[in-house]
Design a protein around this ligand. Sequence first.
Ligand code: ZN
Length: 454
Amino acid sequence: MNSSKVQLYNTLTREKEIFSPIHKDEVRMYSCGPTVYNYPHIGNYRAYIFADTLKRVLLYAGYKVKHIMNLTDIDDKTIRESQKEGKSLKEFTEFYTEAFMEDIKSLNIILPEKFTKATDYIEEMVKIIKKLLEKEVAYKSNDGSVYFDIKKFKNYGQLSRLVLEEQKENASGRIKNDEYEKENAQDFALWKAWDEKDGEVFWETDLGKGRPGWHIECSAMSMKNLGEQIDLHTGGVDNIFPHHENEIAQSEGTTGKQFVKYWMHNEWVLVDQKKMAKSFDNFYTLKDLIKKDINPLAYRFWLLMASYRTRVNFVWEALEGAETALKRLYGLYLGLDTDIGSVHKEYQNKFKEYVSDDLDTPRALSLLWDVFKDENISNADKKATILDFDKVLGLGFENLQEEKIPGEILKLAEEREQARQNKDFKKSDELREKINSLGYEVKDTGNGQKINKI
Ligand SMILES: [Zn+2]
């Protein structure tokens, strides 16, 4: 496979570029993961489906990918919410971590090589902050907190295209919150000295009693697991400022080397033209989908119908429409021969071309329909081609095998099993014949009955 042709839109240059990894043999990729303080909403999951699609495209193109995703289990929000519930930070964040793991499984997201918990990397963060203090790009404030001095880092603003001179007098102040707007670009907190609001949450370190700021967490986890320079860093567009801007400042301020070669960001999911967000109370979780009997993969499918770089407006009718279409695809797939033939090269080349063009999944999906409709390809080859496409799309075609047995057949098979246990062989034979007449065969194995389409 020609792996040199993948083109990706780099937020840093605002251009589509030919992807060329730093290390020839391995792509190193870091994704900003969830803050585990609540159930993520489906808008949040767009970031993980996007990162997963990107990884799948690179794997499909023949690259080896080392992928790390973090879990933010210490920040302003986790502390605030765990206190509200009267739980320890650990107990509180572990609960939502588990919920997240379940969700990403149901979205068919390939697990990263490692999930890194911020609280496991405090030592690493302290090391970086000390280095920044030594280099005098960071300073200690009166209360013992440590801030990054944005004026000392000449490239500050390069990712978000922020021009410091245009900032108001604010830019000479300090900000302790983890999240803030571009208008408030100021020196940001690397280490927050303990105050009463933090309660039991603190670490005693060389920097004093306190806790890390949010941004330093990702710099530390990325550099520790993937090295000082990586190929890809993903997140939602919200992360561009301040989070990723600050990650660049901290990491490059420490090493003097470019931190990330390609920054990639997915757009928002809107509801009634407004961003889906906890703060707007206009969000849905995967549980809401499941309650409505909608397969979470229909959400994945719906997102793939649009480029990750365009905003999508969520309405239930659209998702239901996506589910109907996905079910139709499943039905068509199950209607093909059971054996798998060979991948159709021409379609494969087109597919590769589309997904390598900055993950053009809408075109890739329309090609999938074309394969189903093409009467010149054998069913076996269609099946192979669809399974090949699904390595990138992740719609779960390979798992359909089990579900294709209709309920009626399963019921007859169950009755047959009962008859066999009762040693009523006459009845069990009759049932076997009935199952055969409906197009299925049943075999007895060491693990019970096995049912196949004839
Ligand atoms: Zn991050």
